[in-house]
Design a protein around this ligand. Sequence first.
Ligand code: NAD
Length: 512
Amino acid sequence: MQISTAENLVARNPATGEIITQVKMTRLEEIKDIYVQSRDAQKVWASKSIKERMESFKRLRLEMVERMEEIAEVISKSTGKVLTEAITADIMPTIDAIMHIEKHSERGLKRKKVKTPLLLIGKKSYVEWMPRGAVLIISPWNYPLNLAMVPVLSALAGGNSVILKPSEVTPLVGEIMGELFRGKGFPSHIVQVVQGGKEIGEALTSASPDYIFFTGSVQTGKKIGEAAARNLIPSTLELGGKDPMIIFEDANLERAAKGAVWGAFTNSGQVCMSTERLYVEQSVYHKFLKLIREEAGRIKQGVSVDDDLGSMTSEAQKEILKVQITEAIHSGAILETGVHPDEWDERLFLPLMILTNVSPEMSIMKEESFGPVLPIMTFETMEEVIELANSTRYGLNASVWSRDLEKAKMAAGRLLSGAVVINDVITSVANHHLPFGGVKESGIGRYHGEQGIQIFCHEKAVLEDSGKRRTEVQWFPYEGKYPLFIKLFKSYFGKRKNYLNFVDAYIRLLRK
Ligand code: NAD
């Protein structure tokens, strides 16, 4: 296997092993200029109205729709995922997000008038959104288009420039994203794609961007968080998960089995919101296990357009799975479907593995797996399953399955999770009106929707006075004002407001 050199990143199709091309890596010495160019471009872009910015967004969206098949090919070849998953889970949500931003950014960034209390008589107050400047976005390889483009576009909508470091595992997707921002009214250097791995990521992080938006592992997220804190750079961290799926006995079990197989195995389990732990109520366990085994048996793996699942993307991820599954089996877990890691072949196509007889102490139930494995446990009471579901260091997404929607909502309300889906999996991320992000070690901050644009802006409070009055009551001199303030505040904050006393005290204060 050819690996990346000091100058180039090798773009390799993980499903076939074929080397597609090589992509030039950005040199560390270039970073200083990249920031200078980014800050210059930002000034040009920020001077445009939101309407003008959205015209560029529309042109970008239409080009993406036009080139959909070509982009899907690049994603599929770069990640090993099948074309259907490239289009439904990476391209479509990106285009949908662009449309959402086109529709909602003007409202989200509009100056917002807020109330002014009586104590500040005669003044007006409002909130404005000001771009932060040059935003650094670092993205992963599992949905290489969406997880880069959505923050990039949200930052751009707010009037920022962007330095994007896509994953070194999928550099060709990085190249196509750079291309998409050429022309169409985007100033040059408004989005600069920086190709490289960890060293480049570290250098970009310590070069004082005005905001950092990171998507990736908890391990890297902690490093980025530390670096950001050192320079007081605000950041959003979108990190890993170990999402639980809770199936109560009154759930639609056939639907739940299909949902579990899709939730656990789509994109070969390389989804931050994959179903990674399944808890099924004891009374329906055997029935459910039979259903889910049958469902998993129907999944077709391969590279053709009609296949359900492609290959894993990263060799390193295969190793993590090998360790977790071997350890679980060694401690008594039973492999219900799939193949023991000792018998896996060289390829990145892994069998779909369902594990039973697992326990909460096993790493397969505690740590992110990010692969096609689904461990299943049983439970008997709501209390027990909520405690189990909340027992990991993660909290990104979860799902609750029951025909009794009140019960499902009650369970959802008790889950320590950034999102919960009822009688479905993962899909909360596809609604751009909903906030997206994690609790506990799954991350800090939220994006998507109007707030997903606002995070890339400083929230500025403006208080306006007409400037016509001679003075303000709280200004100097203080002589003789103390008892009047007592009267003013007591009439204002007391049990019952006394407007006569308030006006009297206020006028006398003004005359001082
Ligand atoms: P990763 O943390 O290894 O890498 C992510 C990005 O960070 C890559 O671009 C990488 O080059 C860069 N990077 C690595 N070390 C760095 C450093 N020290 N400084 C700066 N940049 C650095 O993650 P990955 O393997 O690419 O992605 C998989 C992980 O991402 C999983 O844990 C998954 O759960 C998580 N993820 C989270 C979300 C989410 O939205 N919460 C979405 C997708 C993936």
